[in-house]
Design a protein around this ligand. Sequence first.
Ligand code: F6R
Length: 608
Amino acid sequence: MCGIVGYIGTKQAAPIILDGLARLEYRGYDSAGMAIYDGEKINIRKSAGRLKILENLTRGGESMPGICGIGHTRWATHGAPSDVNAHPHFNTSGTIAVVHNGIIENYIQLRKKMTARGYQFLSETDTEVLAHLLDYYYKGNPLEAVAKVLHRVEGSYALGIMFADCPDQIFAARKDSPLIVGQNEDGCFIASDVPAILKYTRKVFYVDNQEVVRLRADHMHFYSVDEEETEKTPVMIDWDANAAEKAGYDHFMLKEMYEQPKTVSDTLTPRVKGKEIVIEELNMTEEEIKAIRKIHIVACGSAYHAGVTGKYVLEGLARIPVEVDLASEFRYRNPILEEGALVVVISQSGETADTLAALREAKAKGFKVLGIVNVVGSSIAREADNVMYTWAGPEIAVATTKAYSAQLIALYLLAMKFGKTRGKLSDKEFSCLLTDLRRLPDQIELLLNNKLKIQKFANRYIGAKDVFFIGRGIDYAISLEGSLKLKEISYIHSEAYAAGELKHGTISLIEEGTLVAAVSTQPDLYAKTISNMVEVKARGAFVLAVTCEENKEIEKAADYVIYVPETNPYFANSLAIIPLQLFGYYVAVGKGCDVDKPRNLAKSVTVE
Ligand code: F6R
């Protein structure tokens, strides 16, 4: 995700900010910029592309003199990665500069209001609205202006703000996006993560939700959003620099798994408006939604597995027939697309060669393509007719976790939107589904907190030769992803089977002690899956069951049970996948594998 660094003190600010931004590069970004007060005015330099460009543009910061400034690396969410969309953003007179991480959810309404008041917007970002709002509320008291703006905005933010009128101070504030401030004998710092400033200080303060900080060269003051001063205790950081990049986690994969409650919430919340699901990016009228006759989902790897889940959910909730294809197959099979077909491609990177080719194939046949994409401005995002972004932030570990979880949410939202519009879901059903959706982030958090139990269990399977995953319906889709997570990072052979299919051949591979993970989250299928568990157990398998809390019956057939909280069965994947991700991760860690960069794999598969 974006990175923020700010400094006010006795040293040159620009080199410190560039150095800090470089240490946040691991978070992923596509443009960078800085605002520095030079003694008379605020100067901004910014550019799309790597930080190196900004370094060259400013001669390593030397051409931007000043002891007070804010900097930013942007990972595009609203508007393409470009010079003009890069942060910082100015108010019209260039006297207030802002850098921002997060998403201002009500920016469209605010932008309309500010435009009506005569403010002109230069960028497509949600952030620019903050600069103009600050301008509107600033009447000589910067803290008051910041507080007023925070009362107006909805969504998430970590902010760095400078006022040319008050060059002896900078401001920081946050809600639901990470932000810290730190201090040493030379000055005070803002950063979105510890590694940015670890070289300068180990004394940091974690900024609380809806807290504002006023930083001066020699001290900091903390305020509530209602401008009341608060007391704060510093934390001394004892991580080494390497651990700091991963925010203290051993691997990016673990960090990203822990980011899933936020990822799910970020993809979900901005699209739930009161009792409705609003997917503006769909650009489809009610009539167009009603006219869909078939959906073709096309993707690769885990994104394909999300698509398999999507098939069950879309068919179940919206009653639209769905075909799911591997992109590498779709592109060469001369697919039959008929009137009323909607093609949906799913991709984290937005650069997967086969998925891109499938998109082009569908467009060449004259069909509209909806992309469910994570990386803004990527090839698939640019070429799709409409893009529904999964706001998961940059994913660094090769094995996807949080982007996959976000893809599931995007598919649930589509299914509910289509189901409601087509009259397949009553208001009551829709409202119950919405309640369950909203509970997912907390339920995922709960499952992540259970990691020790899974780690212990995983340690027993470090030496496993083969592992099988079985399930029916959505549980089969979960099994596909659980199996891939295990094999790609631990190098243990693993396969997923529709539970009823096992006895048509594969059951001959079951030996004494073979681990079979049975996923059973669909109440209508509990009994059927139990039968399959009994079959493999009778042939010597050790059966791990992942099931819902109510399904105590399963204990009769399983050797080990992991329970997941109750949710609507259509959303069960979002919960059941968490212990399976943790299982794959801990087996790989136990084997000493390079978890974040498994052999032979690339994060972005740009060749077919
Ligand atoms: C597995 C994994 C891959 C990707 C696949 C598609 O953990 O990450 O299977 O899901 O390569 O990549 P994207 O989503 O970038 O198109």
